[in-house]
Design a protein around this ligand. Structure first.
Ligand code: GLP
Length: 260
């Protein structure tokens, strides 16, 4: 695990962008796993900037979202497909095409079948090269809430009360408007991505980051499964890293791999 601790979200996101640009340059058919929530926004700004400067393009790339709300209206601005369209799709953004942006079908008559199909599609296109991740305050990645299987495939999930409260800010601060179900890539699915890049900002992520990096592996803190992945890059601001014990070691390991 490589952990970079930065003064603020913009600098941390720049470091995450560098990892993605390098991986994309290495592979002609690069597939990116994309996340939603507010955390990846500064990273997407860096990717758009790199695209505008001709240093990065998702023009021929597949992109796979981690998750989608079940039952959300197709034109709802917080439907993750619509969020990702705004952030990434089009030649003025990152070059990603709407056809190659894949999101689980939260409107499907049978969401269980839609989940299984989504998992198969990721395999069919050859898997995800770099998966971008945020983390919930309760340690969820994607929407894999505490107590689920650590080897799950893409599945229908119920949202934890903590997540519904946290996400109410996107739904007029009304928890009743937050969908209670979703389709999410499973932890087993996420773990098959070749590189995982997780971003976390703010003090309300400090406990989850401490559990992820230094806690025991446990379904109660789903992100801890990442301890079993050989290629993980985590970037945080100082607040999100404030509960960690071995920061000097992490700084040294980061400098060894990426320079200062
Ligand atoms: C959301 C998403 C996750 C995201 C997390 C944190 O509900 N499903 O993919 O990482 O919760 O969100 P934020 O980045 O807004 O704090």
């Amino acid at each position: 695990m490589h952990l970079g601790i930065f003064a603020d979200a913009t600098t941390a996101a720049a470091a995450a962008a560098r990892v993605i640009l390098e991986e994309a340059a290495r592979k002609p058919s690069f597939t990116l796993g994309v996340a939603t929530g507010s955390t990846p926004e500064p990273l997407y700004a860096h990717l758009r900037q790199a695209h505008s400067e001709g240093r990065f393009s998702l023009e021929n790339s597949h992109a796979f979202a981690l998750d989608e709300y079940v039952g959300i209206a197709e034109d709802h601005p917080e439907r993750y497909r619509n969020v990702l369209r705004r952030e990434l799709v089009g030649s003025e953004k990152t070059g990603l095409t709407d056809e190659l942006l894949h999101t689980p079908d939260g409107s499907a008559a049978d969401p269980y079948e839609a989940a299984a199909n989504y998992d198969s599609l990721i395999k069919e296109v050859g898997g995800v090269d770099v998966q971008i991740l945020g983390i919930g305050a309760d340690g969820h990645i994607g929407f894999n809430e505490p107590g689920g299987s650590l080897v799950s495939r893409t599945h229908v999930e119920a949202l934890a009360a903590q997540t519904i409260n946290d996400n109410a800010r996107f739904f007029d601060n009304d928890t009743a408007k937050v969908p209670s179900r979703c389709i999410t890539q499973g932890l087993g699915t996420i773990m098959e991505a070749r590189t995982l890049v997780l971003l976390a900002f703010g003090a309300n992520k400090a406990r989850a980051i401490a559990e992820l990096v230094e806690g025991p592996m446990s379904a109660y803190w789903p992100a801890t499964i990442m301890q079993m992945h050989p290629n993980v890059v985590i970037v945080t601001d100082e607040a999100a890293a404030s509960n960690l014990k071995l920061t000097e070691l992490y700084n040294e390991r980061w400098a060894m791999a990426f320079g200062n």
